[in-house]
Ligand binder design. Structure first.
Ligand SMILES: [Mg+2]
Length: 254
């Protein structure tokens, strides 16, 4: 997927990466104390881990109020260079439902390249039901020539059980097989992207290795082919069901 990036972004990323200088971005999870997350909380134990980007994935924020008749869902005071500024936040349709529903089958992490002084209080408000397990901010991203890249190995979770949803493909440049793209969202009240992803993510929560399946339905232009996904995942879930194993044993015995 790196080959699909604009040439200047690709050059910037590759130029900055030197394996010895950047021991991260591994295909294996980092162990404590290098991993960013502690052990899974009791309510999330054994679940796969879903990292969610914030800006243009779950919200859109601006220093200007949205044009009328729209109204900001949240107005957040944030201190910038000693001044308190208002940040006007629109929340993507379905965010609360998405978080609540997916928390049943995933450990949920917010992984944002934004500063924690903005993102942390915003997540406090967004996480109405307290279902987000952890938050990672800009300091958990690696800046490569000014581009913030997210490191899935930093989560410290098994890579076969780790996913990220992000509107920006550069964020997951080094772990595309763990990434579900989503269209950038700014203000469309009719957007259905989060709702559309729910069944796909619920199915993915049951497969043995997400990296085996994601590349089968994410296209080269970073879109989800939903028809292909539902076909691939229906077969994947059938194949990993213990009932299938039992059935085939019985068939063999006969
Ligand atoms: Mg984003």
């Amino acid at each position: 997927m790196l080959s699909d990036l604009p040439p200047d972004v690709k050059a910037a990323l590759l130029q900055g990466v030197n394996q010895s200088a950047y021991p991260k971005f591994g295909k294996e999870p980092l162990s404590p104390p290098h991993a960013a997350l502690g052990p899974q909380k009791p309510q999330s134990k054994g679940k796969k881990t879903l990292a969610l980007d914030l800006d243009e994935t779950l919200v859109h924020s601006s220093f200007k109020p949205p044009p009328l008749p729209q109204k900001a869902d949240i107005v957040l005071p944030v201190e910038i260079e000693g001044q308190i500024c208002k940040v006007y936040v629109l929340v993507r349709p379905g965010t609360e439902f998405f978080l609540q529903r997916l928390s049943k089958c995933y450990e949920l992490i917010i992984y944002t390249a934004s500063l924690s002084k903005y993102a942390d209080p915003l997540v406090d408000i967004l996480d109405v039901r307290g279902v987000i397990d952890a938050r990672l901010f800009r300091e958990h991203c690696t800046s490569i020539q000014g581009v913030y890249v997210k490191d899935m190995s930093l989560l410290g979770r098994p890579m076969n059980d780790s996913l990220i949803i992000d509107n920006s493909p550069t964020s997951y440049t080094f772990h595309p097989e763990n990434a579900i793209p989503i269209l950038s969202w700014y203000d469309d009240p009719k957007d259905r992207c989060l709702f559309e992803l729910i069944p796909l993510l619920e199915s993915l929560s049951e497969v043995d290795d997400v990296r085996k399946y994601i590349p089968m339905f994410v296209t080269h232009d970073n879109r989800v082919d939903f028809q292909r996904a539902s076909h691939v995942l229906a077969n994947a879930v059938i194949n990993t069901s213990p009932l299938v194993g039992q059935g085939s044993e019985t068939a063999k015995e006969k």
